[in-house]
Design a protein around this ligand. Structure first.
Ligand code: PA5
Length: 447
């Protein structure tokens, strides 16, 4: 099975190869710290050896639950969760799914999400849709106390019970949460839902290869074994015994940190395939929450090309020179579409006749890369030979490992997110949550 590759020679107009190689010893030390649980945030390093620790029994269990739900002929599987309890599954599902599956009809359930926002119209429209559909749901929250999914679950739990009756509803609800703590855990125990545990030492944004991601991916009918195999192979290819020149996550961490040191403060993750949009969203959470602290961190941004070449292209070419790009490139698409000849050639496109659409896309990619490098934007390229489960498994672990290493180079704890609490405190104070009386008084005085 083909491996993903990393090219960074188009950064060498801006940083030197020697400087990149100069990170080797430091990254070796950080890699050992991740594996030996000796670094910052060491109680959240369960993801490091997670892929290789997933057992056959666990995979079979996800597949069995998926089959039980599919056997109920569900059309929709609603996944309720936010942040790390949402983005990983969404990224993999969008990357693997037919872009129009929901309009074409499929024998596999469509996965929809809830609790990833507090949009009232969104929730209303989803509930209206579900009235006339066969469905089941997973409610996912590591802490079990997050407001957005809790509100969505309160609403959808009532709806599913009203539709199917309490007993049948129970068999259509799966809870994914902490082993012992949180309101969701208590609720799942008291209601008797099938429950999966998110390991204590795996933080939300590193949890896609736990039940958080794997269950929904299995329910949608994708091959979780190939996904896990990809991540196992990347785990093995980036361990402490792997030399820097073969260790892709370490190389990526080195290049992006050297660029950052040289004033490239913003990393744009670029794709040329719209199915990768949510891979970028997942990546932004992973890097944004892990690195953005103590006044430090590369700002993670993303664009979908060529669409965004017609919106953000101008800025990237000629705006502030604080950017660098990391392009995710797909080797070969699954389908073949060739451009036909037209006798009249009124659109002047006959020079492309006979070429595959992907050939045009690849030339756009190459041309853009060269133009952006000429314009002062260093480029890296990650190549996935095919957009499939195995490549995505490699990519997920690649980014996770590089994120841990990068965070250690920056000298922050990549595994906490203290800044996320600030908005919650204000929201609860404004909503007059019991226990927030002082904060309510203080915030109201500011209004
Ligand atoms: O990475 C993280 O830890 C966060 O983004 C969480 O995933 C997010 O806040 C959701 O938390 P929970 O799963 O506890 O509901």
């Amino acid at each position: 099975m083909e491996k993903i590759t990393l090219n960074f020679d188009k950064t060498f107009d801006f940083i030197s190869e020697d400087a990149v190689n100069g990170y080797a010893a430091e990254l070796q030390k950080h890699n050992e710290a991740l594996h030996n649980k000796m670094g910052k945030g060491n109680d959240f390093l369960g993801w490091v050896k997670l892929p290789s620790s997933i057992t056959e029994a666990e995979l079979a269990d996800f597949e069995a639950t998926a089959k039980t739900l599919q056997d109920k002929k569900i059309e929709i599987f609603v996944v309720i969760g936010i942040g790390g309890s949402y983005l990983g599954a969404k990224a993999v599902l969008d990357a693997l799914s037919d872009s129009f599956a929901h309009l074409k009809g499929s024998d596999k359930p469509l996965v929809l999400f809830a609790g990833q926002n507090i949009g009232e119209d969104y929730l209303h429209e989803l509930r209206e849709l579900l009235k006339n559909k066969e469905y089941a749901m997973a409610v996912i929250s590591k802490s079990g106390t997050t407001t957005e999914p809790a509100i969505a679950f309160r609403l959808l739990k009532k709806d599913i019970e009203d539709k199917y009756g309490k007993e049948e509803a129970k068999s259509r609800i799966v809870a994914v949460t902490d082993a012992n703590r949180g309101a969701l855990k208590s609720l799942a125990v008291s209601e008797g839902y099938k429950t999966y545990v998110i390991p204590d030492d795996v933080g939300g944004r590193f949890s896609v290869l736990t039940p958080v991601g794997l269950l929904a991916i299995a329910v949608a009918g994708f091959d979780i074994r190939a996904l896990v195999q990809g991540s196992v192979d990347m785990e093995n290819a980036s361990g402490p015994d792997t030399a820097f020149e073969n260790n892709l996550p370490a190389q990526y961490a080195a290049v992006r940190n050297e660029l950052y040191k040289n004033g490239k403060l913003i990393e744009i993750l670029v794709n040329y395939n719209p199915k990768l949009h949510y891979v970028s969203e997942w990546w932004k959470q992973l890097y944004g929450e892990s690195e953005g602290k103590e006044g430090k961190g590369i700002f993670p941004a993303s664009v979908d090309f060529t669409s965004d070449l017609h919106s953000m292209g101008q800025y990237i070419q000629e705006g502030e020179r604080t950017l660098f790009e990391t392009v995710i490139s797909i080797g070969t698409p699954d389908q073949e579409v060739s451009i036909p000849t037209d006798a009249d050639n009124l659109d002047g496109l006959n020079f492309l006749a006979g070429k595959r659409v992907d050939e045009v896309n690849k030339m756009a990619e190459l041309g853009t890369m060269l133009a952006h490098v000429d314009g002062g934007v260093p480029n890296m390229q990650i190549v996935l030979p095919k957009l499939n489960e195995y490549s995505l498994g490699q990519l997920i672990y690649f980014f996770e490992k590089a994120c841990g290493l990068s965070g250690y180079v920056l000298d922050v704890n990549p595994f906490d997110q203290p800044g996320v609490e600030a908005y919650k405190k204000n929201m609860f104070a404004l909503l007059e949550k019991p226990g927030f009386e002082e904060e309510t008084k203080a915030i109201k005085a500011r209004l």
